[in-house]
Design a protein around this ligand. Structure first.
Ligand SMILES: O=C(O)CCC(=O)C(=O)O
Ligand SMILES: [Fe+2]
Length: 212
């Protein structure tokens, strides 16, 4: 797939030019409340543009449909997700995802075993406010997200009401949600007219994988 996105001129990456974690970049914690937090590490991946190019061109992207209950019409209807997705068990994911998962596992003390990607082709693609499904199996799941490609807004809001936190994530940045974030907060990547293409590579731990 060819996408209209001009990557930065800074190649970066490891000595062979491959995308890699920059060990000098330390995540900064944003405390959302006394149970939930977000870690942010801008420019955590060097050579992120090469990862973006490879994953957009080579990953087995698909567009999922899901049945959603529409309270206004009092019936379920089929909704096509406004983004492309794909996913793997970590050991089957293309490089550098397994190496990045290993760095995350060492840092956060959990075994990241599932990699799932979202491809927002333009500013019309999005993900609505939600908590991740890992909340059904985990009391305090850690969800790590590496951004590739163009910058996008990332919103977090408390489920019980209150002010939203709005962040911007750019290519190479790491964002990690932890504590009770998936239970007591929701997150979104809103539509953003004019935005360029972005991929999010998400890492989840002790994850049984997608439901059939
Ligand atoms: O693209 C992102 O940064 C968020 C993706 C997300 O919320 C999800 O995959 O559950
Ligand atoms: Fe999510």
């Amino acid at each position: 797939m060819t996408v209209a996105w001009t990557p930065s001129l800074f190649g970066g990456g490891d000595t062979a030019g491959n995308p890699a974690v920059d060990p000098a970049v330390v995540p900064r914690r944003i405390v959302l409340d006394d149970r939930s937090w977000v870690d942010l590490a801008p420019a955590w991946i060097t050579g992120a543009d090469a990862w973006f190019d490879a994953i957009t061109a080579e990953a087995p992207w698909g567009q999922r449909q899901r049945r959603m209950y529409d309270p206004a019409r009092r019936e379920a209807s089929t909704v096509i997700e406004p983004r492309l997705t794909c996913g793997w068990r970590v050991e089957e994911a293309p490089d550098p995802a397994p190496a990045v998962a290993a760095v995350l596992s060492a840092r956060y003390g959990v075994r990241f075993d599932r990699v799932a990607c979202n491809f927002y082709r333009d500013g019309q693609d999005s993900v609505a406010w939600h908590g991740d499904r890992v909340r059904f199996t985990h009391e305090a799941p850690i969800v790590a997200i590496v951004s590739l490609g163009a910058p996008r807004r990332f919103g977090l809001r408390p489920l019980g009401g209150g002010a939203a936190t709005r962040l911007t994530v750019a290519g190479g940045d790491l964002l990690v949600m932890g504590g009770r974030c998936q239970h007591e907060w929701q997150h979104t990547v809103p539509k953003w007219p004019g935005a360029g293409p972005r991929v999010s590579v998400t890492f989840r731990h002790d994850d049984p994988g997608p439901r059939p």
